[in-house]
Design a protein around this ligand. Structure first.
Ligand SMILES: Cc1cc2nc3c(=O)[nH]c(=O)nc-3n(C[C@H](O)[C@H](O)[C@H](O)COP(=O)(O)OP(=O)(O)OC[C@H]3O[C@@H](n4cnc5c(N)ncnc54)[C@H](O)[C@@H]3O)c2cc1C
Length: 358
């Protein structure tokens, strides 16, 4: 395989497609990033909270991918600031989790200690000093390795840097058909035909449908997630209460997310907005005005692990999807691996357990 100068079509301009385009362009590969949208970012990647959650010390390939993906964000934020002058909002804020049920706190504490995660106990006085805006009682946990990046800024900066290295885009093109013909991949869209040496299917929850055209079974389904933004940012850390995240960002608090099995329905609901508003009231003892609500479709793979690698019967077509709740965390490392796989012919690590057809 290989080849600097090879032409690669990346299908899907969510966080995975943009990361892949960025790292391919850095490897000297000619990239065309193709999406049916108009270039403002996919709804799912835009809806993401951007939490880079703490990881564990396990040595299986998924734990390693998670750990390396988490670490890559700090370097990438630095590189993108140098390359295109962008602040992608990467902040090592640390996370505080509060529990109504002491037995649940014990369980989470022991689970994270066992798997080598950095976690500290916080009594009520300690977390109140750290987060004076919160009301309520009980104990909490502190996770030093909970970080955050702004998904929208990250996506924009990755694409700006890829373009700077020569990548181009085909916006407003919906892929209808894809086939591998000998050494080439042919992709038909509503606008015409693209031919390339390689293609990367980074179409989020729609990836399985595209892979099926090549006779591959890539098992993915959409799981809707909603979040809402409230005016006012009284928090300093990433806070989690009863499984719900409260994320401070410039002038706002993002609250999320729901987990809903509703197929490809992307609409937001009043019920979710009311639930988030009630949770804000309960966390802060007062209401904050709702400013915006968003929804996305997380690509959930069968078997839990992301789907990354070439298709068996079409080895010039790579899948990069199935990151479910961690697509922002794992997007850059996925892009780095796929780019190396295409440009150098090797992923540089053991990727067997991420094989897309399983
Ligand atoms: C509410 C919510 C909160 C989340 N919070 C976090 C978090 O805190 N941390 C984290 O790491 N992750 C989080 N996630 C998960 C993360 O957002 C996803 O895993 C990630 O965005 C998936 O990115 P993607 O590039 O695979 O897919 P997408 O973002 O869905 O992008 C796929 C792209 O493919 C395009 N496409 C599809 N089919 C075609 C076609 N036939 N032709 C052309 N283009 C096509 C679409 O237009 C789209 O732009 C959250 C998700 C949601 C919904």
């Amino acid at each position: 395989m290989a080849l600097s100068g090879a032409r690669t079509l990346v299908i899907g301009a969510g966080i995975i497609g943009r990361s892949t385009a960025y790292f391919l362009a850095r490897q000297g590969v000619q990239v065309v990033l193709l999406d049916e949208g108009i270039g403002t970012g996919s709804p799912t990647s835009r809806a993401s909270l951007g939490v880079l959650t703490h990881c564990n010390g396990g040595d299986n390939p998924y734990a390693q991918l998670f750990r390396d993906g988490h670490a890559l964000h700090a370097r990438l934020a630095h590189d993108l600031a140098e390359d295109v002058g962008a602040d992608v909002g990467w902040r090592p804020r640390g996370g505080i989790e509060l529990f109504a049920d002491p037995a649940q706190l014990e369980e989470v504490w022991h689970f994270n200690r066992r798997r080598g995660c950095r976690v500290e106990r916080l009594d009520e006085r300690a977390w109140r000093a750290a987060e004076p805006a919160l009301v309520g009682g009980g104990e909490g946990l502190y996770f030093a390795d909970d970080h955050r990046v702004d998904p929208l800024k990250l996506g924009a900066a990755l694409w700006a840097a890829a373009r700077r290295q020569g990548a181009s885009a085909a916006w407003g093109e919906c892929v209808w058909r894809i086939a591998q013909a000998g050494e080439a991949v042919e992709v038909a869209t509503n606008q015409g035909i693209h031919r390339a040496d390689f293609a990367v299917l980074a179409a989020g929850a729609w990836t399985g449908g595209l892979a099926a055209q090549l006779g591959a079974q890539v098992a993915l389904r959409p799981v809707r997630g909603q979040q809402a933004r409230f005016a006012g940012a009284p928090l300093r850390h990433l806070v989690r209460i009863n499984g719900r995240h409260f994320i401070p960002t410039s002038g706002e608090t993002i609250v999320g997310s729901t987990v809903e099995e509703v197929g490809f329905r992307l609409a937001t609901t009043r019920a979710a907005a009311a639930e988030f508003a009630a949770e804000v009231r309960s966390a802060f003892g007062r209401c904050l005005p709702l400013s915006r609500q968003q929804a996305g479709l997380r690509p959930k793979p069968r078997g839990g692990r992301p789907l990354i690698g070439p298709l068996t019967n079409a080895p010039r077509v790579f899948v990069a999807s199935g990151h479910y709740k961690n697509g922002v965390l794992l997007g850059p490392i996925t892009g780095q691996i796929v780019a190396r796989w295409i440009a150098e012919g090797t992923p540089g690590r053991d990727m067997r357990c991420f094989a897309p057809e399983r």
